[in-house]
Design a protein around this ligand. Structure first.
Ligand SMILES: [Zn+2]
Length: 542
């Protein structure tokens, strides 16, 4: 949108009638472009826009596409559009929650410049978890030395396209501070906080119109309603990346992050601001979800696993998909729906390593984790039963001898495939399984049936000894987040879960590619706040 609220309020029929022909043409083009953009936003959904279907909650897609979707979605969009068109100024106000706005910048800027436009304070948000309005604020009134100034001037008059230059009289009408970090590195350790004062100016054109330079504020995102993405921020992109690191990598709670920033960096922020910075980072990274999905689908070997996850009392599952160059997480129910949406309908053609959960059976090039089978066999050896311990021991001995042979084959590939070398043992073990599939011992019977059902899949590795024997990659990728879940008790909302999984995916993908997640995240936030495309995922460093 080129025309702000401030501009629209100045323009009326009388003004237009007085404009020159060129000025009317210029204005018409601006209005046409704004109108087209507004219309497009009004009708935007994943079927007709760049919003990728995968960026909707995967388990939500069915309901959204089948009927009920259209109406609610367009209502949301009307609200969003309404806010985009009418709420510019108010939204600027609402960006600046007490702890972020009551920095000296606002009052100084207005007294310095006698700014005419007071920023409207937005209505208080609905009661949220955490500290309530009226409680002692953090960062409220914190006076931080300004290290550098960055003025922002309007380039030209939006009404008549008159180009402004430095000789034009201009007036500062608002300002805010942004805290960024100078990173330490191995040569020069240390971290430095830099406070930049951004001052925004308005120019009065000879035609009478007053044009303001404004900080960019991205239009609302229907997937993450209420999560603002804006340049008007006390928390600069590098500080936001540090906050995400403290939360996701160091597993600190929001109050602990506040404590750390206060004690070590001298920055006082509220828990609400910290939470907002995390959510904004998630929104900034969200366009990467489609790219991650693409990378998952083109992997030759994919490990998949899932672990319980709580979303405000609901039992959901955190799923991980990991290859040698990508790690992607989604939170969903444990049904096969997520697997179908991510990998199903022949979308995934590579090898899939998983446990024996039935939703994976549709994949032909499947691999089974031997660690699970060995664990089950070991359990049987301790059973109080005549047959079960013998079957357990037989399974254990057989698998252990195969594991040793596979490891040898990786070092020195044999002339004959292992499946040929072990042909006789395979036949006699299969006979044991056939016998045990009608055993009275439930677990022995289950293991025998599992072996027979997945026979070819389990023993694929004999012909391809370079393939993995276990799903340890996926289990390891989940472990960090299982500990975080215990500390944080999971997520509270669907939106929180979406933010959680996209940030976890980006962080782990950078890490598996041996790239710094935080510098990448900083550039993601920077680009997206400024309205640019999200940068591509960092290259794989081997
Ligand atoms: Zn003008």
């Amino acid at each position: 949108m080129k025309l702000s609220d401030h501009d629209l309020r100045q323009i009326d029929e009388e003004i237009i009638n007085k404009l020159s022909e060129t000025a009317v043409k210029n204005l018409s083009i601006t209005l046409l472009n704004d109108l087209k953009e507004a219309r497009e936003r009004l009708n935007q959904n994943s079927k007709n826009s760049s919003i990728p279907p995968s960026s909707e909650a995967p388990w939500d897609k069915a309901s959204k596409y089948e009927g009920e979707a259209e109406d609610t979605r367009s209502l949301d969009d009307i609200e969003a559009l309404d806010k985009a068109i009418h709420g510019d100024k108010q939204a600027l106000g609402s960006d600046c929650h007490a702890e972020e706005i009551d920095t000296p910048s606002r009052s100084e800027a207005s007294s310095e410049t006698e700014a005419t436009s007071a920023i409207t304070q937005a209505a208080p948000p609905p009661r949220k978890p955490g500290k309530q309005p009226g409680a002692q604020g953090f960062g409220r009134g914190q006076k931080i030395t300004v290290h550098q100034h960055e003025p922002h001037y309007p380039d030209q008059c939006v009404l008549c396209a008159h180009v402004f230059n430095a000789n034009h009289s201009r007036v500062a009408y608002t300002a805010f501070d942004t805290l960024t970090l100078k990173w330490g590195d191995l040569r020069q350790p240390g971290i430095e906080v830099v406070n930049t004062r951004h001052t925004y100016y308005e120019n009065a054109c000879p035609c009478g119109h007053v044009t303001q330079a404004t900080p960019l504020r991205q239009p609302p995102d229907s997937l993450l309603p209420g999560v603002e993405l804006s340049q008007w921020r006390l928390i600069g992109s590098s500080l936001a990346a540090l906050i995400v690191c403290l939360s996701f990598r160091m597993r600190l709670s929001r109050p602990r992050i506040r404590e750390f920033l206060h004690d070590w960096l001298g920055i006082t922020l509220s828990v609400g601001s910290i939470n907002k910075a995390i959510h904004e980072s998630g929104r900034a990274a969200m366009p990467l979800e489609n790219k991650l999905l693409e990378e998952v689908l083109k992997s030759e070997l994919l490990h998949v696993d899932e672990t319980p996850w709580q979303q405000k009392g609901d039992l959901l599952w955190l799923w991980v998909f990991i290859s040698s160059s990508v790690v992607a997480f989604w939170i969903s129910s444990r049904s096969g729906e997520l697997i179908n949406r991510i990998l199903g309908y022949n979308a995934y053609q590579g090898r899939l390593m998983s446990d024996g959960y039935r939703v994976y059976r549709q994949f032909l090039k499947r691999l089974r984790c031997w660690a699970h089978l060995v664990r089950k066999a070991r359990g049987l050896t301790e059973a109080y039963d005549k047959e079960a311990p013998a079957f357990g021991n037989q399974t254990l001995d057989f698998m252990n001898s195969l594991i040793a042979a596979i490891k040898n084959a990786r070092e020195t590939p044999p002339d004959t495939p292992l499946s040929k070398i072990y042909q006789d043992q395979l036949i006699s073990y299969r006979q044991a399984c056939e016998k045990m599939k009608s055993s009275a011992h439930e677990k022995a019977r289950a293991l025998a049936v599992e072996m027979l059902n997945d026979w070819d899949i389990i023993f694929t590795v004999l012909d391809h000894p370079h393939l993995p024997l276990t799903n340890n990659e996926a289990e390891r990728a989940l472990r960090h987040w299982v500990i975080l879940r215990r500390i944080s008790y999971g997520t509270r909302t669907e939106q929180g879960s979406r933010v959680f999984t996209i940030l976890a995916s980006v962080i782990e993908t950078c890490r598996i590619r041996k790239q710094c997640p935080w510098r990448f995240l900083e550039s993601v936030i920077n680009n997206r706040r400024a309205g640019f495309l999200v940068p591509p995922l960092p290259a794989v460093i081997s």
